[in-house]
Design a protein around this ligand. Structure first.
Ligand code: URA
Length: 218
């Protein structure tokens, strides 16, 4: 986005023509649900692969079938996913496709009708989450309200702030700024940064309601 200075904690996926074409499909209002799911899943896969690049590694050498050594690496820490329901659940399969039998927790946060503040309704997390790196999953970073509340749940469960990596497809500058100000040690990986929010706090140009388009609800 023009004139927006990306904080160092936020990393934009490489802006390739492939990513732009995938984004164009999911943003179009007349894209069918089947195509929305298929192409959103492709972007999610790119986000997960990039997220995994931010995990610590150790040296590891293996012997190849030619009998020679290959100096490689191995992932050091254990990970888990945590999806922010409901839209974040759309990102779970992409994580499973890359990390077989990965544990995935869930957090449900909804806006309180009276206070208009995000309210925690449900959280179910892996028991040993404090010893893991957490890939936090939510496709749209709008105001950042739900994401920040979800992070607070993780911190209350003794997850280290610097072990959380937040993956989302599209962000608004307002959401990024609020999030990094409150949690400066968390890395955000995002697919694109849009212009801002409309009066209903939807990202513009955005995709509309991601969860409704992905899960086929109104
Ligand atoms: N959630 C969505 O699904 N879309 C937005 O634009 C913002 C939040």
């Amino acid at each position: 986005m023009a004139n927006y200075t990306l904080p160092s904690q936020c990393q934009l996926l490489e802006q390739t023509s492939q990513l732009k074409a995938l984004m164009t499909i999911i943003r179009a209002q007349d894209t069918s649900r089947a195509d929305f799911i298929f192409y959103a899943d492709r972007i999610i896969r790119l986000l997960v692969e990039e997220g995994l690049n931010h995990l610590p590694v150790v040296d590891k050498s293996v012997k190849t079938p030619t009998g020679s050594e290959y100096q490689g690496i191995d992932f050091k820490g254990r990970i888990c996913g945590v999806s922010i329901m409901r839209a974040g659940e759309a990102m779970e399969q992409g994580l499973r496709d890359c990390c077989r039998s990965v544990r995935i927790g869930k957090i449900l946060i909804q806006r309180d009708e009276e206070t208009h503040q995000p309210k925690l309704y449900y959280a179910k997390l892996p028991k040993d989450i404090e010893s893991r790196y957490v890939l936090l999953l939510d496709p749209m970073l709008a105001t950042g309200g739900s994401a920040m509340q979800a992070v607070q749940v993780l911190l209350d469960n003794n997850v280290r702030e610097d072990r959380i990596i937040f993956l989302n497809l599209i962000s608004a500058p307002e959401g990024i700024d609020a999030f990094v100000q409150r949690f400066p040690q968390i890395k955000i990986i995002t697919g694109e940064i849009d212009g801002g929010l409309d009066d209903n706090k939807y990202i513009v140009p955005g995709v509309g309601d991601f969860g409704c388009r992905y899960f086929g609800t109104d």
